[in-house]
Write a protein that binds this ligand. Structure first.
Ligand SMILES: Cc1cc2nc3c(=O)[nH]c(=O)nc-3n(C[C@H](O)[C@H](O)[C@H](O)COP(=O)(O)O)c2cc1C
Length: 389
């Protein structure tokens, strides 16, 4: 059965007949403002902040306004089918949750990774679980039910530990491995620097390392017995400045679909495809890693073209269902939401995330209905028109 994502608006309007207003904002700016008021200042700076003067992260969002969608009439798009095929899996929508390293801390009970996995189970929107989590990857995967989950690897310098993390993700039932390439060193983030705050260096979100026997060997003891030494060991092995020569080794780590995150240049996309990856993930990390960049959306079409038949996942700047549709028309195979679901979590745990995801999907679905694009396949680059703002 094709899900009726747009029906979420009927639920909200019907609630209004009994005096019920939505529990969470339906606009991103209101959601963001409320979440910022609810979160501790150190988390607001970590989640909302980006690199330099944060121009790249703003431009990521603004880039969507430079495109409009042509309305088509007499299409009778009574039912919309947003489903996609990705790495042999049939998914009801193209939406997924991007990996967010401190998501664990954004929940009021401090277990946001689990709350996010539960939201994935309730919505069929896959979670890409970060290496940096409060709860170990096995506990996160146990919450997915029938929704597929992806594991995002920050490749440590120790190859045995890297292989362990991938092996654990495979055994836990993750369906794909996402390797992030743009974060072997942290970009210059003035907001976090002003507060001298970096959560991992305070021992947060390191459960996947601390639960791994290889990590205990590397530090020469049990992490829970000496947090300072554990954090020092983590800091020493976290960032691996990978080169193309490492790709065959990374590829050899898993038989699961391998996706590499942070690819934004068509030449890199071509080289990655030649190296045997199953998916490209076009993202500039939401402007958190480098400033002075190009909006992620503006790089997508060239990456899609270069990737050929290899699917391109996309994120950076998605704030609405309209943005999801524009990224699809630009060629994304699947579209990732980042900061908005962290804010949903901060406000209402699993329920807050479910609201954010359902709102994105409802808006996307209703846009397809009104503008006459009944299926994902109808959303082609020709559906878009450059507009002046
Ligand atoms: C607080 C925060 C933590 C993040 N942690 C990770 C991470 O652990 N791994 C990763 O690959 N990307 C991480 N990202 C980047 C996201 O996966 C995604 O690329 C980014 O959020 C997209 O930008 P947007 O949220 O502005 O749309 C993080 C992003 C945020 C906001």
């Amino acid at each position: 059965m094709i899900p009726d994502f747009g029906a979420y608006q009927n639920e909200i309007y019907l609630g209004g007949l009994s005096g019920r207003l939505p529990s969470f904002p339906t606009r991103f700016d209101a959601l963001e403002a409320k979440a910022h008021a609810a979160l501790p200042a150190s988390l607001v700076s970590y989640v909302a902040g980006g690199c330099g003067d944060e121009r790249t992260q703003e431009a990521n969002v603004e880039a969507f306004d430079k495109w409009g969608l042509w309305p088509r009439m007499f299409v009778g798009a009574k039912q919309r089918d947003m489903s996609i095929e990705l790495f042999g899996m049939r998914l009801p929508s193209p939406l997924f949750m991007s990996p967010i390293g401190v998501i664990g801390l954004c929940a009021q009970d401090g277990h946001g990774d689990l709350a996010t996995a539960r939201a994935a189970a309730l919505t069929n929107v896959p979670m890409v679980a970060s290496t940096l989590s409060v709860d170990p990857l096995e506990a996160v995967a146990a919450e997915f039910k029938t929704t597929p989950g992806f594991f995002q690897l920050y490749t440590p310098t120790d190859r045995e530990l890297a292989a362990n993390l991938v092996g654990r993700a495979e055994r836990a039932g993750f369906k794909a491995i996402v390797m992030t390439l743009d974060t072997w060193v942290t970009g210059w983030r003035p907001r976090d620097l002003a507060a001298a705050n970096f959560p991992q260096l305070r021992g947060h979100c390191l459960a996947n390392y601390f639960s791994d026997p290889r990590f205990a060997t590397l530090m020469g003891g049990a992490p829970e017995k000496d947090l300072r030494a554990a954090v020092a060991t983590w800091a020493a092995i976290f960032g691996n400045p990978l080169t193309w020569d490492d790709l065959p080794w990374l590829r050899s780590l898993t038989k699961l679909p391998l996706i590499i995150k942070g690819i934004c240049h068509p030449d890199d996309a071509r080289r990655a495809v030649d190296g045997g990856v199953d998916g490209i993930y076009c993202s500039n990390h939401g402007g958190r890693q480098a400033n002075g960049g190009i909006p992620a959306l503006d790089m997508l079409a060239a990456v899609v073209k270069a990737a050929g038949s290899v699917p391109v996942m996309f994120d950076s700047g998605i704030r609405s269902g309209t943005h999801v549709i524009k990224a699809l028309a630009m060629g994304a195979a699947a579209v990732g939401v980042g900061r908005p679901y962290a804010y949903g979590l901060a406000l209402g745990g699993t329920e807050g995330i479910v609201h954010v995801l359902r709102s994105l999907l409802a808006e996307a679905d209703l846009l397809m209905a009104v503008n006459g694009y009944p299926t994902r396949a109808d959303l082609k680059p020709e559906a878009l028109q450059r507009v002046e703002r």
